[in-house]
Design a protein around this ligand. Structure first.
Ligand SMILES: Nc1nc2c(ncn2[C@@H]2O[C@H](COP(=O)(O)OP(=O)(O)OP(=O)(O)O)[C@@H](O)[C@H]2O)c(=O)[nH]1
Length: 333
């Protein structure tokens, strides 16, 4: 089993890239997601996009895979190797995972049958300056420790914008291959992400990230109509609910189930690709990551039936604790 880590900051485009990788290589791929907050959002999106069932997906929501003190991550990878043994295991850390620590954790279980490939880091061309300024330790760690850097959201970027981000990357990592437009790669070129041979780089697991944001999630919620969702997201990107860096989810809205994403200061809404869960069964699940999140106001914007609320301090999560959840009634009292 070969392990490929696809890292990148919150909302950079990791899940989108993994979908494209699975489709374009046609290889047997399993995915291990480290998610925060409401479970199943990325898993549902991958399952919907790859509905033919050729990909196995697991989620770990109760801990950070950077944390070497907890053996859960390495143990989960070993279990997948022993029980399923896919040709490739793609690991998607949370956007606030320290890449050097994740690779060092995996080193403990590397042997002839488990090979770690050089990691990929996705860099969002529209947000790198902002995130590099606010989270330099974390951001630079993800760039320094990667073997390949893939730029995302470059469709409307100028040559100067691409050159500027390339020069920032080169200062931190002079050896990584930089892929500037993965959406237009030849099908044969996709295999180079998987045919790289083992990772030979030295990795630094000693670094610690700066204070991390918190996460707040709600499940079993809905909205009256699609218009309500638009109004809510407009308020969100204007900062009405705190300093939200990333939000995503799916919400039954009137007669439709809608999927939304907020990354940086932009939002998008779409209908989910058909997956294993039918529209009628689809439950509302939303997660917000940021600082000073106005949880009460957010909660009041949604209609809730036995809503499940979960709050995680991502900083505590990195050291293996700080995760708690309770039902809607006890939250309101
Ligand atoms: N235009 C454009 N949008 C993209 C691209 N990659 C990702 N996106 C959009 O960016 C948003 C976030 O993408 P995801 O793939 O969910 O990002 P992620 O890194 O997996 O997010 P987290 O796991 O929450 O950190 C979604 O709305 C995607 O459709 C890209 O290359 N171009």
């Amino acid at each position: 089993m070969k392990i490929l880590i696809v890292s990148g900051f919150l909302g950079a485009g990791k899940t989108t890239f993994i979908k494209a990788l699975a489709k374009n290589t046609g290889c047997e791929i399993a995915v291990l997601e480290n998610e925060y907050g409401a479970s199943g959002i990325d898993g549902d999106r991958l399952a919907g996009a790859l509905a033919d069932g050729t990909v196995n997906i697991w989620e770990m929501t109760e801990g950070c895979i950077c944390c070497s003190a907890k053996g859960d991550f390495a143990a989960s990878v070993l279990t997948i190797a022993n029980a399923v043994d896919p040709e490739y295991l793609v690991v998607e850390p949370t956007g606030v995972g320290m890449l050097g620590q994740i690779i060092q954790n995996l080193r403990q279980i590397e042997y002839e049958r488990i090979a770690i490939l050089p990691a990929i880091t996705i860099v969002d061309i529209g947000s790198w300056q902002h995130y590099e300024r606010d989270f330099p330790e974390l951001y630079h760690n993800q760039i320094r420790e990667a073997g390949t850097i893939v730029l995302s959201k470059t469709e409307h970027s100028s040559a100067e914008e691409i050159a500027a981000v390339q020069s920032m990357i080169r200062e931190k990592n002079s050896e990584a291959e930089i892929v500037t437009d993965y959406h237009h790669l030849d099908p044969s070129a996709w295999m180079r992400f998987l045919n790289t041979g083992r990772d030979k780089k030295e990795h630094d697991a000693s670094e610690n990230p700066e204070a991390l944001p918190d996460s707040f999630s709600l499940e079993n919620i809905s909205l009256e109509s699609p218009e309500r969702l638009i109004l809510f997201l407009e308020e969100l990107i204007r900062g009405h609910f705190g300093d939200i860096i990333r939000a995503k989810g799916q919400v039954p809205s009137g007669g439709l189930v809608l999927e939304f994403d907020v990354a940086g200061d932009r939002y998008s809404i779409r209908q989910p690709e058909p997956g294993p869960e039918s529209e009628a069964e689809a439950k509302g699940k939303v997660v917000f990551i940021g600082r000073r999140i106005d949880k009460r106001t957010i909660r009041h914007r949604f209609i809730s039936r036995n809503a499940k609320v979960k709050i995680q301090s991502l900083a505590d999560l990195s050291s293996g604790g700080g995760d708690f959840s309770w039902d809607f009634e006890s939250f309101s009292s």
